[in-house]
Design a protein around this ligand. Structure first.
Ligand SMILES: Cc1cc2nc3c(=O)[nH]c(=O)nc-3n(C[C@H](O)[C@H](O)[C@H](O)COP(=O)(O)O)c2cc1C
Length: 244
């Protein structure tokens, strides 16, 4: 099993970086290979709308005329079973570098000249995705529809044929210059990662468990004590019944 974390923040050691790192740590503890990529470290040129990559049918990404790191990045995404996609909220939506990456995923659609709209290519294999975002405003703003970063990251997941199984929004995080996840949030994110690795085996019970941990992992009150173990106990009851 392979997990790839993509950080769309410009800040190493910030909220998105530490959240992705913690989730990957959890996935790794379950035996998966992990890798983290900072989009800002990659050479990502802007899509120029030539649609060269969209002309031929098929399940492989279409050939892009631009020479940069994106084809390699897409290859890594498609080779992964788990994607952790992250971006802070900047002016209400995901960061520019994340959007530039999303636009370059056009090669995963088929849209020949003369047809009115693109169709997603039928990418083989299914992957799971976790979406991570953060903002100065409370996470509640995201749930009330005020921010678009999670929806934007969801488009990356959809284009890469990844099923979104958890969304995390860390709110109220921009009060200090140096900021990172609290210990309790980090612990919950690690737990979420290990749960994620088990998800394919555990089916709907795994999804329930993940949802419970997600609620703990994202909190507007980072100083709350970590109550994850209590959730874990509740969520693991069905496993005992089935002898797991
Ligand atoms: C250019 C810019 C725009 C921002 N826009 C918003 C915003 O619209 N709403 C908000 O709540 N926070 C906003 N923020 C705060 C960031 O969301 C916050 O600093 C970020 O989540 C930190 O993530 P990181 O630690 O991963 O870098 C903005 C920050 C910057 C630098």
């Amino acid at each position: 099993m392979k997990a790839l974390g993509i950080v769309g923040s410009y800040r190493k050691g910030g909220i998105n970086d530490t959240a992705v790192e913690a989730i990957l740590q959890g996935v790794a503890s379950a035996g998966a290979a992990t890798e983290k990529i900072f989009l800002a470290d990659q050479t990502i040129r802007f899509c120029n709308n030539c649609r060269n990559c969209m002309q031929e049918p098929g399940t492989d990404p279409g050939p892009c005329v631009l020479e940069d790191d994106v084809p390699g990045l897409i290859h890594k995404c498609l080779q992964s079973d788990i994607l952790i996609l992250s971006s802070p909220v900047n002016f209400g939506s995901m960061t520019a570098v994340s959007k530039a990456f999303l636009e370059r995923l056009a090669c995963l659609a088929y849209w020949p000249w003369g047809t009115p709209a693109p169709q997603f290519r039928k990418i083989p294999g299914k992957r799971l995705a976790v979406l991570v975002t953060s903002s100065a405003a409370p996470a509640l703003a995201s749930r009330l529809g005020g921010f678009h970063s999670l929806a934007d990251l969801g488009k990356i997941a959809e284009t890469l044929n990844a099923e979104v199984v958890a969304k995390l929004h860390y709110g109220l995080i921009a009060l200090k210059h140096e900021t990172s996840l609290s210990q309790s949030q980090r612990a919950a994110a690690i737990r979420l990662g290990s749960c994620l690795a088990d998800l394919s085996k555990e089916g709907w019970v795994g999804k329930l468990k993940l949802r419970a941990i997600r609620a703990v992992a994202q909190s507007d009150l980072p100083q709350l004590p970590y109550v994850g173990p209590a959730f874990d106990r509740i969520a693991s009851i069905p496993f005992r019944r089935t002898g797991r």
